[in-house]
Design a binder for this molecule. Structure first.
Ligand code: ADP
Ligand code: MN
Ligand code: MN
Ligand code: MN
Ligand code: MN
Length: 361
């Protein structure tokens, strides 16, 4: 640690006794939103009673000029609650509130990608889209170097780390475990977690989730990860190629199914979906995350950035149809192209648009 960096003083053991103090019926609500650079922000307010439904939650606002979301001379951005979850940090009746950002002109904020996605999902609700996202990420120390890596060098090549167990193979498992439990406590549909190919790289999966709730849950799970890691003094990076060179990048594999693909003979619907996806490669890549071309080199289990391909059990293609799905003739497909920093509202939104058609917002 450099001399200019002060020690982390976060001490959750000390915090514990204050968390137990009575609140006299008041509720702490943490409003979460997405800022102007794909980051997450939040602030707290006190509510006088426990909300039963999302409509019970008041609209709120913030200074959009401080988050890259509005000009200084017209800086109020409104926060409209869309979902809420039990708060795994404050416990009790306290809640985490997912919100959409809106302008004073009654229009969605330019960074409110949920709005258009929700319209698409609603219009095509009869297809009953399910999504499952595999969120990869890397844990860094305060100076931005992956945990467990030698200070002025690199660890031994990839091989022993993926799903690894034991000192020197995996790093920061406490953070992963704490995050997993926090997600479960909040009722998120987290479906698993595993150590990844690069040391200090991890993955968790959320899903299957219905339509728009996929984006809500994934964003909240990212918020939890940053929040948990903060208590351990670690940084989370969702960069798709955090370390240049012969190290795996990080993705957000997007598993997709519809009523039709899950039905008997659904393989036909999957093939039709492939045909549609093959015609919109550039449109998809445009919203599949920043710096994704650094990751999609065709090496390290990635496909080409420019060309759409699909195949059964092929991890080098844009879309993989799991072997078990091909064998059963129905199920889901895995779009392997999205980068780890992609916005799940944009990703799931364009999948619905490509498969089912545009909707006038
Ligand atoms: P991989 O073998 O690619 O590492 P994972 O086990 O990490 O796969 O993730 C698989 C994901 O697929 C999970 O998030 C799961 O929820 C999701 N999934 C499973 N079945 C479906 C389905 N029918 N529709 C959409 N997503 C699904
Ligand atoms: Mn103020
Ligand atoms: Mn996976
Ligand atoms: Mn993975
Ligand atoms: Mn995968």
């Amino acid at each position: 640690m450099s001399s200019s960096t002060s020690q982390i003083i976060s001490n959750t053991a000390n915090l514990e006794k204050y968390l137990k103090l009575p609140q006299h019926g008041k509720i702490m609500a943490e409003y979460v939103w997405i800022d102007g650079s794909n980051g997450i922000r939040s602030k707290s307010r006190t509510l006088n009673s426990k909300p039963e439904k999302v409509e019970d939650l008041p609209e709120w606002n913030f200074d959009g000029s401080s988050t890259g979301q509005a000009p200084g001379n017209n800086s109020d951005v409104y926060l409209r609650p869309v979902a809420f979850y039990p708060d795994p940090f404050r416990l009790g009746d306290n809640i985490i509130v997912m919100t959409e950002t809106w302008g004073a002109d009654g229009k969605p904020n330019p960074f409110n990608f949920r709005h258009d996605a929700a319209i698409l999902m609603e219009a095509h609700a009869k297809h009953e889209f399910w999504f499952g996202l595999e969120q990869e990420y890397t844990l860094l120390d305060i100076e931005g170097w992956p945990y467990g890596w030698p200070k002025n060098g690199f660890p031994a090549p990839q091989g022993p780390y993926y799903c690894g167990v034991g000192t020197g193979k995996v790093f920061c498992r406490d953070i992963v475990e704490a995050h997993y439990k926090a997600c479960l406590y909040a009722g998120l549909n987290i479906s698993g977690t595993n150590a990844e190919v690069m040391p200090a790289q991890w993955e968790y999966q959320v899903g299957p989730c219905d339509g728009i709730s996929m984006g809500d849950q994934l964003w909240i799970s990212r918020f939890f990860l940053h929040r948990v890691a903060e208590e351990f003094g670690a940084k989370v990076t969702f960069a798709p190629k955090p370390i240049p060179g012969d190290w795996n990048g990080a993705g957000l594999h997007t598993n997709v199914s519809t009523k039709e693909t899950r039905a008997e003979g659904g393989m036909k619907a999957i093939e039709e979906a492939m045909e549609k996806l093959s015609k919109r490669q550039a449109e998809h890549m445009a919203v599949y995350g920043e710096d994704n071309q650094l990751r999609m080199t065709g090496k390290h289990e990635t496909s080409s950035f420019d060309k759409f391909t699909w195949g059964v059990a092929n991890r080098g293609s844009s879309v993989r149809v799991p072997r078990s799905v091909a064998a059963e003739g129905k199920g889901y497909f895995e779009d392997r192209r999205p980068a780890s920093n992609g916005c799940p509202y944009q990703i799931t939104g364009i999948v619905v648009e490509t498969l089912c058609g545009k909707v006038e917002g």
